[in-house]
Each structure stands twice: as C-alpha cells, then as structure tokens.
Design a protein around this ligand. Structure first.
Ligand code: ADP
Ligand code: MG
Length: 329
C-alpha cells in the first residue's frame, strides 16, 4: 500500500476543490480561512482535531487540561493571523465507557479557556466513537482585513522572529512518557505539553502594529512551519542554531534524557509559539512591542532568495525544510 504524508493529502484535496466565492479572501493553505464581511472586517475559520493515542494519552493528560489544550490549539491559529477569537463549535467522539465526571472536567477546562479569551461555545456535535476519544473543534474569529498576516507575505531581507522558547512541549511530552511528570524541576516543560498557551494577544498586537510581513503559529516545529512560510512566499530562510531561544529547564532535561535540544526545538512541535518575519529596520519597535506584550521574542535568522530552510550549526549548513512533525497514513 502506498503511504501518504499529511501535506500531500491536503494538496490533493486543495486541487480537487476548484470552486471559489466572491467573498472568500483565502481558502485552504493558511492557518485560517479568511472570509470578507461588512465594515472592512473578515471572519477567520479554523478547525483542529485531537485523537486519543495520537495527540494525547489519558495516562498522563488530566481531563481539565485536555479540554484546555483542545481549545488552545484552535485559538492559536486565530492568533497566528493576528485575529480575535470569538466563537467555538465542539464536536465530541466519545468511547463507550466515558465517565460523566471525566466529561464534566474536560468540558470545564475547555470552557475556562474560552472564557479567558472572551469567547462563546455556540454548538457542536456528540457521537459514539468506538474505542477512542476524539475532540474536533472549530473556532471563528474576526479582524480587520487589512491587518491579516498571511504565510505568503515573507520577503527576502526580512528577519525571522519567534516568540517564547522552542522545544519545551516536545520535551514535556517525553518527560510525561517517561513518568517524570511529578518532578518540580520539569513542571514548566510538562505544562508546555499539557496546557499550551496560545499567543493571541501578541499576535493581535503584531498584526495591528503593521511591523511584520508573514506570520504563523508553530504547531509542527519551526523546521516545518517556517518551510510553510517559505513555500507560501516563494522564498528561503537561514536559521542560526545559536539564536534559537531555549529554556534553561529544557537544556537540563534534554541532557538528562539524552535528547538533542536543537531537534526538540526545531522538529518537536506543539509549542504554539509564533514565527513571523519583519523588515530589519522594524527590529527596535518590535522589541518595544514585545516588552509591552510581556512576551519575549528572538530573532533566529533571515529570509533569503531560494526555497529551503537552512540551519547553520557549528559552522555547517544543513537543509531542515519540513523536518518537523507530520502525520503519515
Ligand atoms: P494548522 O497546522 O495551522 O492547523 P494544517 O497543517 O492542519 O494547518 O492545515 C494546513 C491547511 O490545510 C489549512 O488551511 C487547513 O484548513 C487545510 N486543511 C487541512 N486538512 C484539510 C482537509 N481535510 N480538507 C480541506 N482543507 C484541509
Ligand atoms: Mg497553524
């Protein structure tokens, strides 16, 4: 049997889908679909599913945090375009024996995150799903059409920035797998996997500032997500390993687990930080904006002519395009 990667399947579906609509600004291919409405505004649409055994393991993922994560990873895609999340739909595929207490806690966690973002749950679906728990969330957001930050807007000469630290979530997953979850020194890393914080406020501030070109969220690792920006923009990128922001906790844990910090940071995924590009002259104002937002940002490289994401580490260049997480079938 032939095996397909997620990217190829999406590309095939996009080719099959030949229709358009007058008010559709952007369809398949970015963090959200963008639909024009009145008053210079657009609606943003995004959906993401979490499947038991693939995206989470109930052995270490408590129900409240699972509900929180399902909301957060969807909201992250709205923040990735610079938008304001408004409404959510919650589709649940439940296994036969799903205790009511578990469900109540999961929904409470989901609704807590919605409340933190001033959002409303407006519908969903509830079905029997055999063996595995499935959560499929759709979120709608809105923003000014002129401020939407697309993957396709990077230009050669732009600097590449990321928010926060990278690799924490991938390392946290490995720590949970190995039963280190209770260790206080690893709490930040486990939290990054169990309860990611979408950078919605920073995303909105960046979009409103007009200082940046392309933006997306880092769900599959910078190696893959920056490759999406490069592909969408018809450019290449150069990343400097020594500039990639790493938490002290990550460096300690990676050493204990004998894992490569660079591999965790660039290929691990699920950090839900933002990657964005900006002309070099905007660096000063960007640093001020980061201070105002209370979120660290780091310049990790630059956009160049070409098509690859190249990493410079220990004086050597290596192509890391699409080396992050990808579902395979
Ligand atoms: P993200 O990681 O930001 O959620 P994905 O990599 O999941 O984005 O998807 C990339 C693009 O492909 C998005 O525009 C998404 O809406 C679209 N997409 C993914 N799967 C499908 C599908 N089965 N049918 C139509 N569009 C899809
Ligand atoms: Mg995304």
């Amino acid at each position: 049997m032939e095996h397909f990667a997620e990217r190829n399947i999406i590309a095939a579906i996009a080719r099959q889908q030949a229709r358009t609509a007058a008010d559709l600004v952007r369809g398949i291919g970015d963090d959200c679909a963008v639909v024009r409405k009145a008053g210079g505004l657009v609606d943003l649409w995004t959906t993401d599913a979490l499947v038991e055994g693939v995206h989470f393991d109930l052995a270490w993922h408590p129900p409240e945090l699972l509900g929180r994560k399902a909301a957060s990873v969807n909201i992250s895609d709205i923040g990735a375009m610079g938008g304001r999340p408004r409404f959510a739909l919650l589709a649940l595929g439940l296994p036969a024996a799903c205790p009511k207490e578990f469900l109540d806690k999961m929904v409470a966690g989901f609704l807590d995150v919605l409340a933190e973002h001033d959002m409303v749950l407006v519908g969903g679906d509830t079905v029997y799903a055999g063996e595995r728990l499935l959560l499929s969330i759709t979120v709608c957001g809105e923003m000014a059409e002129k401020q939407v930050c697309y993957r396709s807007a990077a230009r050669p000469g732009d600097l590449v920035w990321v928010s926060g630290c990278l690799g924490n979530a991938a390392c946290g997953l490995e720590l949970c797998r190995q039963g280190w979850q209770g260790q206080e020194e690893y709490a930040l890393l486990c939290r990054a996997h169990l309860d990611p914080q979408p950078q919605v406020r920073l995303g909105r501030m960046l979009a409103e500032s007009g200082l940046i070109h392309a933006m997306m969220d880092i769900s599959d690792g910078l190696a893959t997500d920056l490759a999406h920006i490069c592909q969408g923009s018809g450019v290449g990128a150069e990343i400097m390993a020594e500039e990639v922001p790493l938490a002290g906790e990550l460096q300690k844990a990676a050493a204990a687990l004998q894992l490569s910090t660079m591999q965790l940071a660039l290929q691990g995924g699920e950090d839900y930080q933002l990657v964005f590009t900006s002309p070099a002259q905007n660096s000063g104002p960007l640093r001020n904006l980061s201070q105002e937002a209370g979120v660290d940002i780091a310049c990790v490289g630059r956009i160049v002519a070409g098509a690859q994401v190249m990493l410079r580490q220990d004086g050597e260049w290596r192509d890391i395009s699409f080396q992050g997480y990808e579902h395979r079938f």
